[in-house]
Design a protein around this ligand. Structure first.
Ligand SMILES: C[S@@+](CC[C@H](N)C(=O)[O-])C[C@H]1O[C@@H](n2cnc3c(N)ncnc32)[C@H](O)[C@@H]1O
Length: 236
């Protein structure tokens, strides 16, 4: 993992970005996709954001969802194919993950995905207010050691950033197989005035929601005997 240069506008003592950026060498076709297809699908957050996130898509999307840290892109690609009038923004700093989603976009001719190859906190800061109907964070890097907790994606600051971009009634969905990170997330969301946890009974968080596509890290957790929690929070 490589540490990102600090952003003068962000207090890195509250949240630091430690995303993976490079992994094993890309195969030739993967490298071509990164060089030639990614630039067409990439969001340029140096420029001004459109007034509505729906306009990021052509034709304009009915509504827009974001998946943070999509890894191999299994969940993102499946959702985009199941909801073709919804626009999906996938955020992943790991170049091998980008190559994988690009291969799926090319193979299935998926038209409703746009990508950002960087830190989701920067993307959240760029997106227009109240522009998303849902944000998914699936098996985020767990950072189990206490001294690394500040590296976890879920922090008061990122919760506020998600609240800003979600529409009222929109959802933040969090999937994780590390009990301590689930408790951390519940504790942080509970003290946010912007969200309410949607669970009414244990099965609401012990079981995935309808149509959920298992990811690589989800399968790994199952293989290793860890059960994931599926937490849904509604933006008030
Ligand atoms: C444990 S992997 C899970 C990947 C995938 N969601 C899955 O379930 O298989 C966590 C992913 O989050 C990405 N990531 C870490 N920090 C991030 C950040 N600040 N913004 C966006 N993605 C991030 C990592 O590069 C990594 O691919």
């Amino acid at each position: 993992m490589s540490e990102r240069k600090s952003n003068p506008d962000r207090d890195d003592s509250e949240r630091a970005f430690f995303g993976r950026r490079k992994g094993h060498k890309l195969r030739q076709h993967q490298a071509e996709l990164v060089d030639h297809l990614l630039p067409h699908l990439s969001l340029d957050i140096e420029g001004e954001a459109p007034a509505s996130a729906n306009e990021i898509f052509d034709p304009a999307a009915d509504d827009v969802r974001l998946e943070i840290g999509f890894g191999g892109g299994e969940h993102l690609a499946a959702e985009a194919q199941n909801f073709t009038t919804t626009g999906f923004i996938g955020c992943e700093p790991y170049v091998n993950g980008m190559a994988k989603i690009l291969a799926q976009i090319e193979a299935a001719n998926i038209a409703n995905i746009r990508l950002f190859a960087g830190d989701a906190a920067e993307l959240l800061a760029w997106l227009p207010k109240a522009s998303l109907s849902r944000i998914d964070l699936i098996h985020p890097d767990p950072w189990p050691k206490r001294r690394h907790w500040k590296r976890r994606f879920v922090q008061d600051r990122t919760i506020a950033a998600m609240a800003r971009v979600l529409k009222p009634g929109g959802e933040f969905r969090f999937v994780c197989d590390i009990d301590d990170y689930c408790a951390w997330t519940l504790m942080h969301l509970a003290r946010s005035v912007d969200f309410v946890w949607l669970a009414e009974r244990a099965d609401d968080f012990r079981l995935p929601w309808d149509g959920y596509t298992m990811t690589r890290y989800g399968r790994k957790a199952t293989r290793e005997g860890r059960k994931a929690a599926y937490l849904r929070f509604r933006r008030l």
